[in-house]
Design a protein around this ligand. Structure first.
Ligand code: BJW
Length: 228
């Protein structure tokens, strides 16, 4: 893949083999939790303690797992790639950066950050959050929330992503069901720019017809094989 403009989109499937559950698979997060309760601003307003507990549990779990061969293959690709490389992840875990990825956008936010609703500042946050947590920037009490993007909220860095998609030659979607917008629309944006579009997924179902190429298999095998 020499000298082209590459945009890679990852979803929960790339972290599945590290031990982090996906959302919509049969054993996924939404089989155990109601997304209206834990992934909407309305759910947080109704019961902040429940939402903090959900993200505290996932933050603790994140510290117990490791990047897998797929995360590592993408970090190596970025190092060796001679064109423009942008990795956009929908995941809120930190496995891409722990594998060494640098040019990375967390479009749905990050578990390791807390957002203050008083001063609108995002701070690194490694401990549990609670309704009493204190903002390290403005000192407000009880105003911190997980810095993640819930349904109805605007994902991060959409302008930068749109700009990269508008000039990309190759778009690769890895381990995502393509059921959540705006990420689900990126493949069309890349196609409009004339890009070759590739899907790597355990099972290329649903949105597969939007891609020019599909490779089925677990991410830890499919991603290193594609990158080599
Ligand atoms: C493997 C594997 C292995 C398994 N190897 N593969 C119609 C059009 C446009 C928009 C909308 C619309 N209707 C509604 C909307 C809005 C809404 C939306 O898209 N809803 C859909 C349900 C239809 N979108 C939004 O609200 C977004 N914001 C927005 O649109 O803003 C615009 C706006 C805002 C305000 C005013 C005006 C405009 C925000 C979406 C936020 C999503 N948030 C979540 C939670 C984040 C925090 C958290 O993690 O808790 O993000 S929801 C959840 O889904 C999470 C994920 O990032 C996201 C995507 O899931 P993903 O990664 O695809 O996981 P799965 O489980 O779905 O799929 C896993 C895949 O892996 C599968 O394909 C498996 O096969 C595969 N797999 N094992 C390889 N080993």
């Amino acid at each position: 893949m020499p000298g082209s403009n590459l945009v890679i989109l990852t979803g929960a499937g790339i972290s599945a083999e590290s031990g982090i559950a996906t959302f919509r698979d049969s054993d996924g997060v939404w089989a155990k939790y109601d997304l209206q309760d834990v992934a909407t601003p309305q759910g947080f307003a109704r019961d902040p303690a429940k939402v903090h507990e959900f993200y505290n549990m996932r933050r603790r779990q994140m510290s117990e797992v490791m990047p897998n061969a797929a995360h590592i293959a993408l970090a190596r690709l970025e190092l060796e790639f001679s064109g423009d490389f942008l990795l956009v992840t929908q995941n809120i875990d930190d496995l891409h950066e722990r594998a060494g990825s640098k040019n990375l956008i967390h479009m749905h936010g990050e578990l390791r950050r807390a957002l203050c609703q008083e001063c609108d500042t995002s701070s690194l946050w490694h401990d549990d959050l609670s309704a009493l947590s204190h903002c390290p920037v403005c000192s407000a009490d009880g105003q911190l929330r997980p810095d993640v993007v819930w349904f109805g909220e605007m994902p991060y860095q959409m302008e930068r992503i749109g700009e990269a998609l508008s000039r990309c030659d190759l778009f690769v979607a890895i381990g995502t069901s393509g059921s959540v917008y705006p990420a689900a629309g990126f493949v069309e944006e890349a196609r409009s720019a004339g890009a070759c579009t590739v899907e790597l997924n355990l099972k290329c179902a649903g949105w597969a017809s939007r891609f020019s190429e599909q490779h089925e298999g677990p991410a830890t095998e499919a991603v290193p094989a594609f990158v080599e």
